[in-house]
Ligand binder design. Sequence first.
Ligand SMILES: NC(=O)c1ccc[n+]([C@@H]2O[C@H](COP(=O)([O-])OP(=O)(O)OC[C@H]3O[C@@H](n4cnc5c(N)ncnc54)[C@H](OP(=O)(O)O)[C@@H]3O)[C@@H](O)[C@H]2O)c1
Length: 297
Amino acid sequence: MSRVLLLGKGGQVGQVLLRRLTAAGMKVVACDRRQLDFEQPAQIQTLVADLHPQLIINAAAYTAVDRAEVEITQAQRVNAEAPEQLAMAAAACGTRLMHFSTDYVFDGQSGIPWREGDNPNPLGIYGQTKLAGEMAIRQMIPDQHWIIRTAWVYGATGPRNFVKTMVRLGQTRDRIRVVCDQVGTPTWTEDLAQVVVAFVQDGDRVPPGTYHYTNSGVASWYDLAIAIFEEVRALGIPLMVKEVQPIPSQDYPTAAKRPFYSVLDCQKITALLGYRAPHWRVSLRTMLSQYLEAGQS
Ligand SMILES: NC(=O)c1ccc[n+]([C@@H]2O[C@H](COP(=O)([O-])OP(=O)(O)OC[C@H]3O[C@@H](n4cnc5c(N)ncnc54)[C@H](OP(=O)(O)O)[C@@H]3O)[C@@H](O)[C@H]2O)c1
């Protein structure tokens, strides 16, 4: 049985990972900010040395994309300096580190799905700090890391996300404007967790390196909003929303610039695991039925 140290257990990815790794028979020590604050790097070395895990999974991150433009120091500490400390601790113990990163390391200027080896060029502080974290890990532990870049993540549990926000707005507003010129792939936490479990179980077969994983297919935020409302109505749940208006990004100004084309090429992971990611619409349907049947908390 693997002994796993999971960081960021309260996040939307962390919560699902804790449940699924435990269900798969792994012994998981899971921490949130109270047990390990990424802004206090000395704690990281001590915790890892004390626990001596066989694998560290880092699901903690500073994910407030717009706030990062002003809270630069915090984003840098959590997304870049803490992962570097984790890599140092992993090196000292001979432990492998799994770390998550983002489509926002790319500038979205290409119309071709981004491959792992493509040149990153982040548009904002969040992407820049996540890229710095990746680079530190690669440099420190070239043979002991898995970096999984994912995108547009949503789940039933954990903090707010686009899907849960749209369900709420659809129930309370009759008109909603949604950006239609940013394109990516919505990714359900449960599908991402399935891949993580496969990595952990097949550890020896999975070479170190960077991997892209999202659900399959492509959507704009507008497409996703329309799909959410269709699926909610198909479940027999009434909505107030009557009009969903597609708008360009320039009509919805945000502090951080976002990439226009954020689709990740996931062929490397598909070939490795022999596993084809479900289409985003299929996973969205399953998530919404579970979320709404559970009373959307
Ligand atoms: N969400 C997305 O759409 C998306 C897209 C691409 C990649 N990713 C990546 O996927 C990973 C998981 O993201 P997620 O969606 O699960 O994020 P999330 O829901 O925002 O969770 C992030 C977790 O990090 C913790 N954290 C933040 N600052 C911390 C600190 N100083 N010390 C310790 N813990 C701290 C948070 O704890 P608190 O709850 O206490 O704040 C939270 O539990 C991240 O690496 C993220 O960059 C996410």
